[in-house]
Design a protein around this ligand. Structure first.
Ligand code: HEC
Length: 117
């Protein structure tokens, strides 16, 4: 009999504790970082602007070092495969072409002082 009473009692204790403090967490206002910038380049950037802004900002891409055609092809495949980015097949070549062209303007990674002679 005692065992049969124990379970409802165990369940009741947390419920009472919760009721005593109806708002255990104070309301918070969180401002998430926002970016409304677009990829520059006019029409050449249409494909990347249409497909690559849903989840992260332009800066996520612009801060990457030059990756080359193979690197960018793999990167776009990763976005589509791993992260399920809804990218139209027809837009993939234009996105990769944009990113390869961007490499020329990107800063190559700087070598550390210990590597320079
Ligand atoms: C469905 C959401 C989504 C879309 C759409 C998306 N990405 Fe991403 N992307 C991610 C996530 C998630 C990460 C990883 C973020 C992290 O690691 O902090 C990421 C990271 C990146 C990175 C940083 C390097 C890396 O591999 O982590 C690059 C570059 C990138 N994305 C390029 C693109 C390009 C180009 C497109 C358009 C083809 C695109 N993304 C579209 C979700 C997306």
């Amino acid at each position: 009999m005692i065992r049969m009473l124990a379970l409802p009692l165990l369940l009741a204790v947390p419920a009472v504790a919760w009721a005593a403090d109806p708002q255990p967490f104070p309301p918070l206002s969180v401002t998430l970082p926002q970016s409304d910038s677009l990829y520059p380049g006019g029409a050449s950037a249409d494909a990347i602007n249409n497909n690559c802004l849903a989840c992260h900002s332009v800066e996520m891409v612009q801060m990457q070092p030059p990756l080359g055609r193979a690197g960018w092809t793999a990167e776009v495949a990763k976005m589509r495969g791993t992260y399920h980015a809804p990218v139209d097949d027809a837009d993939v070549p234009a996105i990769i072409a944009y990113l390869v062209a961007r490499d020329a303007a990107a800063q190559p990674p700087t070598s550390s002082p210990t590597q320079s002679k």
